[in-house]
Ligand binder design. Structure first.
Ligand SMILES: [Zn+2]
Length: 59
């Protein structure tokens, strides 16, 4: 399982998936719907991928 938090400061949106590609797709949809990004450019996709990480283990 992988986890991703929105790269926009202060935005609480996050998602989890087994697949990086699914996270990127959801993150791109979120950027369009919530943050008004009409085009998610390759640089943005790279920034999204760089932020995908393993979830923190529950304490
Ligand atoms: Zn967001």
């Amino acid at each position: 399982m992988k986890q991703y938090e929105c790269l926009v400061p202060g935005c609480p949106w996050h998602t989890q998936s087994e697949h990086d590609a699914e996270i990127v797709r959801r993150a791109a949809d979120h950027l369009r719907e919530t943050h008004g990004e009409t085009v998610v450019r390759p640089e943005m996709v790279e920034r999204i991928k760089a932020r995908i990480h393993e979830p923190q283990p529950a304490q």
